[in-house]
Ligand binder design. Structure first.
Ligand code: GTQ
Ligand code: FE2
Length: 351
């Protein structure tokens, strides 16, 4: 029987009787049910925002040397994964996207495989490696963005002379959430031929057959390499926004949408010594400093960044940037388009 002193006031002020009847308890458990009035009421809670996390290139460099000493490359990549104590499980850079640094030496070959996860590479140091994506060779130079979308075969081959380090971003946490993680080792039995990036890479013009054969529902861009030089030229031609920021969106040329289903990419150029407007978004992002140096105010923290630093812009946090160098460029990998398609994107700005 329930007694009065076990009654409890719910968050709505309603008196709820505590269910301590043994039979009721046993039946609830057997039928896999639980009284909401006895639970932490998650849906009435506003999720707290998290602090920004910052990985400094100058601090990471010695660990890159050490990783080269202790780890070889084969089926397993030489990868240092970015860990963020503010995300669930402490094991990814953002709650929705994971980040890592990958190191490849001349002569090394990271063997082919494919997986359900979408991934991208943003080259931080070195050149001379090639990522083959579904058979298409993608040259890797500093600042280049290379896509290895869901289920595309990919391998990294280094025939150059310099050590290479790049930023990897994958949608691992979303696949963990959906339990859709899947992996297949290579080598591939066969790969259907792809149109070359040369055929697809002229803005505003495509081979006539591309759009009808691939349709507008393409889940990822058929263009796998976005060269740094092309991105810089495109951004130079853009008119700045009111606060001097030029924001370039990397898109799927077939439909103008994000480059991959769960990962959306931008390049932001900042004007020298001018604070950007404060911005706020329900989207979150990882920023890689592609060029220049400066600082960012993120929530109540100010961080100083230089080339190749990586930092997060957590969701629902006011932030602004200030460049100290002639030109500063931030590469962003974000979940913005995912939130937009789901009707969850909300953005604000103020001076
Ligand atoms: O280069 O294929 O950082 O499969 C994690 C998983 C890189 C890759 C990562 C991967 C790769
Ligand atoms: Fe991979």
């Amino acid at each position: 029987m329930s007694s009065a002193n076990q009654n409890k006031t719910s968050t709505t002020g309603q008196k709820m009787e505590s269910a301590n009847n043994d039979k009721f308890r046993a039946e609830l458990e057997r039928l896999r049910l639980r009284p909401l009035w006895e639970m932490e009421v998650n849906e009435r809670r506003t999720a707290p925002s998290e602090p920004s996390t910052h990985w400094q290139w100058n601090e990471i460099l010695p660990l890159i040397e050490e990783a080269i000493r202790v780890a070889a490359v084969g089926a397993e990549r030489r990868v240092l994964s970015l860990q963020n104590s503010a995300t669930p499980n402490f094991s990814t850079a953002l709650a929705t996207l994971s980040g890592a640094l990958q190191i490849l030496l001349p002569g090394e070959h990271a063997l082919p495989h494919r997986h359900s996860m979408n991934a991208l590479r943003f080259v931080m140091e070195g050149s001379g490696a090639t990522t083959r994506v579904d058979g298409k060779p993608c040259v890797m130079e500093e600042g280049d963005l290379i896509l290895t979308p869901a289920w595309t075969w990919h391998e990294h081959v280094h025939t150059g002379t310099q050590r290479m380090v790049w930023f990897d971003c994958l949608d691992v946490p979303l696949h963990t959430y959906f339990n859709t993680t899947a992996f297949e080792p290579g080598p591939p039995a066969s790969i259907s031929p792809m149109r070359s990036d040369e055929e697809l890479g002229t803005a505003g013009m495509l081979p006539a057959a591309t759009v009808t054969t691939s349709g507008s529902r393409a889940e990822y861009s058929p263009l796998f390499r976005y060269a740094w030089s092309a991105a810089c030229e495109a951004i130079d031609r853009m008119a700045p926004e009111a606060d001097g920021v030029r924001s370039l969106h990397y898109v799927n040329p077939l439909n103008g949408g994000p480059v991959m289903a769960f990962i959306d990419c931008y390049l932001h150029e900042l004007q020298t010594d001018r604070r950007t407007m404060e911005r706020w978004s329900t989207a979150s992002a990882m920023c890689v400093v592609g060029e220049g140096e400066g600082s960012s105010r993120i929530g109540d923290r100010t961080i100083e960044w230089r080339r190749n630093d990586i930092f997060t812009l957590p969701r629902k946090t006011w932030y602004s940037h200030r460049s100290r160098s002639r030109s500063a460029k931030l590469f962003l990998a974000t979940d913005r388009d995912v939130l937009d398609r789901l009707g969850l994107l909300c953005e604000k700005s103020r001076n």
